[in-house]
Ligand binder design. Structure first.
Ligand code: IPM
Ligand code: MN
Length: 360
């Protein structure tokens, strides 16, 4: 198979973890006789420095043409005081919207070798296996009106949380379809005791669920969900939620996996003419400027995102399984980065990447 990819290393540790992810991809492609054709483009802070904006037109054109896009992370401290519309993060929101990747799948699972890396007790974490499905192209991240208005006493700011029935329906269907391939259980998370957007959200979820009588559905308010995630995480299989709730809950989920450096993500949307998902793959973690350039970052979230790409964009299940198995082997070896609290000297980013390649 030919895999036509766009690579967006982005900022900070994004470039370091993406390098290892690409290395792993090349190794698995070579082993299974696939050809990788990749182009690289700019997104985020580096794009602002080189082109004046976080989401250059060329990147927009290339991501639409590619079979799949692999991204590192965006964000640089020199833009910390810039307004939202000019910041690196806006490039990420732009590419998600342009690609139309409305469902962000964030698998959270525990690995036996990492049980002690989580601050939670082993018996709570052991066996955790869920996917947080975060709606990705709507809600308060994109709603208008938005902005900071007025001056002095009259200065005020506004964001808008808005959802259409169609937006809720498509991500709900995606969750139920995926649930059928797992433990057939969807937990819908909203704030319908307060927010109208959540009331519509819950109504549409219940309507869609009628088409999936074989899948169990329950509902949690988001505040309670935040608590249940640490009290009883094994109760979750598919967690379906809107954009900002999903952003927050998935960082909490990272605690279960042992480190946010472990979490991959797949953002998928409509189908391409070939029938494959449009897909953007990125680790859940950010650009981590505090450890950037030190070869310390955990590349396994990025490498796991390669496995997700093989699975969702190319249907290459055996190849995806080979990457996941290699990751597990490296975790078991204890040759891991500092965030996973290794017993001896922590491994570097590139050592972990190389070890995964060797295990493939
Ligand atoms: C994430 C990140 C992004 C988000 C930021 C960098 C814009 O936190 O992917 O979880 O909020 O979606
Ligand atoms: Mn986030």
């Amino acid at each position: 198979m030919e895999l036509n990819l766009l690579i967006l290393p982005g900022d900070g540790i994004g470039t370091e973890v993406t390098r290892e992810a690409v290395r792993v991809l090349d190794r698995v492609a070579a082993k299974f006789n696939h050809k990788v054709n990749s182009k690289e483009a700019l997104l985020g802070g580096i794009a602002i420095h080189k082109t004046g904006g976080p989401f250059p037109e060329e990147t927009a054109r290339l991501c639409v043409d590619a079979d799949a896009t692999l991204m590192g992370a965006v964000g640089l401290p020199e833009f910390d005081n810039w307004p939202p519309e000019k910041r690196p993060e806006r490039g990420l929101l732009g590419i998600r919207k342009t690609m139309g990747v409305f469902a962000n799948l964030r698998p959270v699972r525990s690995y036996p070798a990492l049980l002690d890396s989580s601050p939670l007790k082993n018996h709570l974490v052991d066996g955790v296996d869920m996917i947080i499905v975060r709606e990705l192209t709507g809600g308060i991240y994109y709603g208008t009106p938005r902005g900071i208005f007025g001056e002095g006493e009259n200065e005020h700011a506004m964001n808008t949380m808005a959802y259409t029935r169609a937006e809720i329906e498509r991500v709900t269907r995606m969750s139920f379809e995926l649930a059928r391939k797992r433990r057939k259980k969807v937990t819908n998370v909203d704030k319908c005791n307060v927010l109208e957007t959540s009331q519509l959200w819950r109504k549409v979820v219940i309507e869609v669920a009628a088409d999936y009588p074989d899948v169990e559905l329950d509902h949690l308010l988001v505040d309670n969900c935040a608590m249940q995630l640490v009290l009883n995480p094994k109760r979750f299989d598919m967690v379906l939620t809107e954009n900002m709730f999903g952003d927050i809950l998935s960082d909490e989920g990272a605690v279960l996996a042992g480190s946010i450096g472990m979490l991959p993500s797949a953002s998928i949307g409509g189908k391409m003419p070939s029938g494959a998902w449009v897909g953007l793959y990125e680790p859940v973690h950010g650009s981590a400027p505090d450890i950037a350039g030190q070869n310390k970052a955990n590349p396994l979230g990025a490498i796991g995102s390669v496995a997700a790409m093989l699975e969702y964009s190319f249907g290459l299940m055996e190849e995806a399984a080979a990457v996941n198995a290699a990751m597990e082997k490296v975790l078991n070896s204890g040759n891991v980065t500092a965030d996973l609290r290794p017993k001896g000297t922590p491994a570097t980013t590139s050592e972990v990447g190389e070890a995964v390649c060797d295990a493939i």
